[in-house]
Design a protein around this ligand. Sequence first.
Ligand code: NAD
Ligand code: TYD
Length: 329
Amino acid sequence: MCGGAGFIGSTFVRLRLRGSDDEVVVLDKLTYAGRRENLHDVADDPRFSFVHGAIEDADAVAAAIDGADAVVNFAAETHVDRSIAEPDAFVVTNGQGTYTLLEAARERGLRYLQVSTDEVYGSIEEGSFTERSPLAPSSPYSATKTGADLLVSSYFHTYGLETLICRGSNNYGPYQYPEKLIPLMVLNALHGDPLPVYGDGMNVRNWLYVEDFGRGIAHVLEHGAAGEVYNVGGPGECPNIEVVRRILELTGRDESLIEYVVDRPGHDRRYSLGSEKVRALGWEAEVHFAAGLERTVAWYRDNPWWWEPIRSGAFREYYERQYGRALGD
Ligand code: NAD
Ligand code: TYD
């Protein structure tokens, strides 16, 4: 499991160790987003091991992949705003890294699942994307994820590698790095900091609770047909301002904390995923947005040990660069 120390990857590792007899090897570079803390509760499990290294490093990949039956790749640079400011790492990890993993899987004939995103389809005003919709990414993040998806498919068509692609919609839940909308707003609200809403706040995202995505990935890994793409979308679509209002309510704060800020360049207006294909395979989202958000807010409120080192560390510099103001203490 590459990138297993990140938000979705660590959730998947946890689900897999609890729900199967699998042995799990995580390969992770531990960038700012990858943290050993995310795996604190599985670190002593005898079926778990960790290799520190990059997916674009063929030697590190060889060290981790020995004896594996399948590769699941979560590893990526994932934040759109960072991809706008500094795209280089996105090209290396999402492009070169995926290529390096595919080569290693091809050499050994392993099943390979690429974790991808609805952002490869671009923005949609009405209706929902299907797996057959054209790919039209708009940020360096989504463009490099799209390139990776195309490369993965080429390894199925050209070399007969058993590939699968899962395209998830926006995830939320515990252990998400607070640069992303929901954890950022939750922590700012808990601290009484302003909540920076981009543009008019009417951009719509299709929210998926992280454990539902994890179960979807596991389901596709076991039951998906080689060479296929599966959309895994959440049950809730919601404009950003509505998400922020719900967070204010759950944290007992008022709307005076909302601050409209300059919009993100090239900001996609709406994402919406049709998930009929993965439903036909037997997966269904279980967590509704209202319940998942309540659970998420409670987790951040109850686990300052997890976010305190982030909010007092290098994240402060990122925040100042991104929002032009200091983060409160
Ligand atoms: P994340 O940023 O929380 O974690 C990424 C992980 O990858 C970290 O552990 C990081 O250390 C690791 N990593 C980064 N570069 C690496 C490299 N070169 N070599 C090895 N490890 C490296 O991301 P996430 O939100 O957990 O996303 C996981 C995957 O799911 C990504 O591929 C992302 O594109 C996809 N995805 C995310 C969402 C979402 O809403 N977060 C939605 C759909 C799909
Ligand atoms: P984000 O969590 O970065 O995910 P993505 O851009 O990959 O969908 O952002 C979700 C939405 O929230 C997106 O429309 C941008 C918006 N947003 C804000 O309004 N303010 C913020 O500070 C952030 C980080 C995001």
